[in-house]
Structure formats: structure tokens, C-alpha cells
Design a protein around this ligand. Structure first.
Ligand code: GSH
Length: 203
């Protein structure tokens, strides 16, 4: 059976938990408290030298890290990963966008504001730029969703899961989604997909 090392508050981990639920794939959940450094123990670093969740244990000696890679591994051959060459590349386009232009701003600001009791002076200094870039990512999403129901190919898939992970909790970083009607409609469409689970749902 698959084992997922995860932290329940993590949007990166949630992407994987959501897909596993929607695929109906059974797995064992091992929670790691990232706030207590539990991903930096020698035992965890042997599984993922980068010291981060989500990490998926596939067999006795095989581990896979990075939410996007795990999503792709699990979804290959299912309706969540397109078969068409261009749609596959477009899915990757949005997944790379999420990791480079979205997650470092929206997820990081949410982590600072939702999980930390106090920001460091450096974080305070960095905050306005992170907010600006987070809103820039939301602007790109809003424009794309103005004329389509989902990110790729007209139906729900991996790109939606990857972007939903942190967009649906962006308000916990005090991002105001009020001026993004198309994103809000998309969030509702994603949440109404079969076998959808919430971020705090355990298996
Ligand atoms: N690019 C990675 C990011 C993983 C990541 O940043 N995980 C965070 C939680 S969301 C973590 O494990 N942090 C613990 C640490 O850095 O010590 C992914 O998409 O999985």
C-alpha cells in the first residue's frame, strides 16, 4: 500500500490527498509536523533529502517527492491526466506556473499569516512584494477562467487540482478573492466534483 508523508495544513499535500480520494486509491497517511521540524530528522531525510512533504512511499525503497510529480505519477492513465499531446503540455504549463508564479507567493504568505505567530523583520519586509506577485498570479488565472470552466481541455484535471490546493485557502493569507468572480466560480466547480474532500479530511 502507498504511504503518504504529509502535514494536514499543507496545500501541496492536499493536492495529493484530493487526487488519491478522487481516484479511490487506498493509502496510509503518516503525519509529519513541519512546525516541529519533523521532516528534517535523519529518518525522514533518508526518504526525501529535501526534507519536505508531501513525500509518497511507493514501495520499501522507493519514494517520490514534489506534489506535481506525485500527482502525475498517480494520475497517469486516468481521466485526470490528458492523453492528448498538447493538453498534457498545457497541464504541465499550469503546474509549472503554480510552482513558480503562484505557490511561492500565495502559499508562503498564507503560511506566514496562518501558521506563524509573528513574522520576522525580513518576512515583514518581503510581504508587500509577495502579495503583489500573488495577486499577479490570481490575475492570470482570472483571465484564463473568464472563457473556460477548467484550466485545460474544458474539463476537470490535474491542472485544476494543482491550482486549487492553495487558491482555495488564499483568504487565509488575507488575499481578497472578491474581485475574482471567475476564480470563485471555478473554486465552486472544483469543490462540486465527485469524491471531492476538504483540506482537513483524513483519508
Ligand atoms: N515544491 C514542493 C514544495 C514542498 C513544500 O514546500 N513542502 C512544505 C510544506 S507545504 C514543507 O514540507 N516544509 C517543511 C520544511 O521546509 O521544513 C511540492 O510541490 O511538493
Amino acid at each position: 500500500m502507498l504511504t503518504l508523508y504529509d502535514f494536514m495544513g499543507s496545500g501541496n499535500g492536499y493536492k495529493v490527498r484530493l487526487l488519491l480520494a478522487q481516484l479511490g486509491v487506498p493509502y496510509r497517511l503518516v503525519e509529519c509536523d513541519i512546525l516541529k521540524g519533523e521532516t528534517h530528522t535523519p529518518a525522514f531525510l533518508a526518504k526525501n533529502p529535501n526534507g519536505r512533504i508531501p513525500t509518497l512511499q511507493i514501495d520499501e525503497t522507493t519514494h517520490l517527492a514534489e506534489s506535481g510529480a506525485i500527482l502525475w505519477y498517480l494520475a497517469e492513465g486516468t481521466a485526470f491526466a490528458p492523453a492528448d499531446q498538447l493538453a498534457r503540455a498545457q497541464t504541465l504549463q499550469w503546474m509549472f506556473f503554480e510552482q513558480y508564479s503562484h505557490e511561492p507567493y500565495i502559499a508562503v504568505v498564507r503560511f506566514w499569516r496562518h501558521f506563524l505567530t509573528k513574522l520576522s523583520p525580513l518576512q515583514e519586509l518581503d510581504l508587500p512584494e509577495r502579495l503583489k506577485k500573488g495577486y499577479a498570479a490570481l490575475d492570470v488565472m482570472e483571465q484564463h477562467l473568464a472563457s473556460r470552466p477548467f484550466f485545460v481541455g474544458g474539463h476537470y484535471g490535474l491542472a485544476d487540482i494543482a491550482l486549487y490546493g492553495y487558491t482555495h485557502v488564499a483568504h487565509e493569507g488575507d488575499f481578497d478573492l472578491g474581485r475574482y468572480p471567475h476564480i470563485k466560480a471555478w473554486l465552486a466547480r472544483v469543490a462540486s466534483q465527485p469524491s471531492h474532500v476538504s483540506i482537513d479530511h483524513k483519508i
